[in-house]
Design a protein around this ligand. Structure first.
Ligand SMILES: *Cc1c(COP(=O)(O)O)cnc(C)c1O
Ligand SMILES: [Zn+2]
Length: 420
């Protein structure tokens, strides 16, 4: 209920710290934000959200990157490597071939470690410092571990990452490794890794920085704020729709929260809120299933498979926050095949934008929804591309041109070029 777009700003509870507190989305219980470590509600185990006594306005924002939006965040500064402030690219050929009024690509691969996870970590790791913990942990399909390792080392903290063995793209493991994380390779899928790391965190072994952590999502809200400011600057209006890949649905939840807070603050009309449109791979689509069935809860998929390893997730933990976001904004969810994902990856590359497979799901989903007439030709759309091409060099090489062997002399090379 508290997740309706028209929800009233709640009263400030006694346990608020400087106007910031945690609130359970299920039962409404409130908690002090920085006193004890907690990821879910003590009373009912529901997901928590960060709440603010003072909601931000666009006039409050100044500076660059994620911390431009400090007034919308739980702390005034973070452990930073200059995250956020990513490009909102024009893609004229793709815009025309998809057939919408305007299409922009918000390329989150341009963050310091090459994915949007950095936006969550700059906040999450700062909160960990505030709480006084010394060991950080996450389960990851790769990018969370890369970001945690980088921000953890920046913050001078030990990091532990649990990865599904053999299912993480090469670039991501290399990052976690060089930034000094201890990498535990689990003989199971991502959801199994998350079950384990949650139990470790509950046992006090480490501070959990998966997107179950409500503070991480605060940092990720800034994607939505940047998109709105970028569209307003270029078109004088916010986008009609934002299309994004969905794994654990953290971003879907975070963008929706950003918009809800703007509506509550009177900074965005309810009718103007962009339609949140989630895209999953066909082999890992529990959110799409729940949206299609009108279900309030998702059914956990135990066997998930897709080339887009970053969204190879069968039990999206943020579904209770993300499903209302998709419904309340008039959005939808759609599943795409691995072939459609690779085609979209090539389309983006053809505009000079290099993304990993999961990122291309957004464009693949938009193309499909446009072809089905669910997206109109007069819509202005932003697609989120979540991670950089170099994250998954094997997928890029497989999707791109094959190298051609040639002899080591100019005549031989010329002959090859003429014959082929
Ligand atoms: C983490 C990740 C996702 C999934 O994001 P959620 O917020 O979990 O839905 C998608 N793409 C990439 C590249 C990611 O790293
Ligand atoms: Zn509760």
């Amino acid at each position: 209920m508290s997740l309706n777009l028209s929800a009233e700003q709640p009263a400030v509870p006694d346990d608020a710290d400087d106007g910031v507190w945690l609130e359970c989305i299920e039962c409404g219980d409130t908690f002090a934000p920085f006193e004890d470590v907690r990821y879910t509600c003590d009373a009912c185990d529901g997901l928590l959200e960060v709440r603010y006594a003072d909601l931000p306005t666009f006039d409050d924002f100044e500076g660059e990157g994620v911390w431009r939006y400090a007034d919308a965040l739980p702390l005034a500064e973070g452990v930073t490597i200059q995250e956020g402030g990513t490009p909102l690219y024009e893609v004229p050929r793709l815009e025309e071939s998809v057939g919408v009024e305007a299409l922009r690509i918000k390329h989150e691969g341009m963050n310091p470690t090459g994915s949007f996870k950095d936006r969550g970590m700059t906040v999450g790791v700062a909160v960990a410092k505030e709480l006084g913990v010394d060991r950080l942990a996450c389960a990851s399909t790769g990018n969370t571990s890369a970001a945690l390792a980088a921000y953890g080392s920046r913050g001078g903290m030990e990091t532990l990452v649990l990865l599904p063995s053999g299912k993480v793209a090469a670039g991501k493991v290399a990052q976690a490794s060089l930034h000094g994380a201890r990498i535990l390779e689990v003989d199971g899928n991502f959801d199994a890794c998350l079950d384990i790391v949650q139990e470790l965190a509950e046992g006090g072994e480490a501070y959990l920085l998966n997107s179950l952590n409500p503070f991480r999502l605060e940092g990720q809200k800034t994607i939505g704020l940047e998109i709105l400011e970028g569209f307003r600057a270029d078109y004088g209006t916010v986008p009609d729709r934002i299309v994004l890949p969905v794994g654990n649905a953290g971003n879907t939840a975070a963008l929706y929260k950003a918009f809800r807070e703007l509506v509550q603050a009177g900074e965005l009309a309810e009718d103007d809120v962009p339609k949140l449109t989630g895209v999953q791979a066909e082999g890992a689509a529990p959110m799409v299933e729940a949206i299609e069935n009108g279900a309030d809860e998702i059914r956990r998929w135990d066997d998930v498979e897709t080339r887009a390893t970053a969204i190879r997730i069968g039990n999206p933990v943020n579904a209770p926050k993300a499903l209302p976001g998709i419904r309340e904004t008039g959005g939808t969810a759609v599943a795409v095949s691995d072939e459609e994902i690779t085609d979209a990856q090539r389309d983006l590359a053809g505009e000079g934008i290099g993304v990993e497979p999961a990122s291309a799901a957004s464009v693949a989903g938009l193309r499909k929804l446009r072809a089905e007439g669910i997206v109109d030709d007069d819509e202005r759309v932003a697609c989120l591309t979540t991670g950089h091409l170099l994250k998954d060099p094997d997928a890029a090489a497989a999707a791109g041109n094959d190298p051609e062997p040639v002899p080591a002399d100019t005549a031989g090379v010329l002959e090859h070029l003429q014959e082929n």
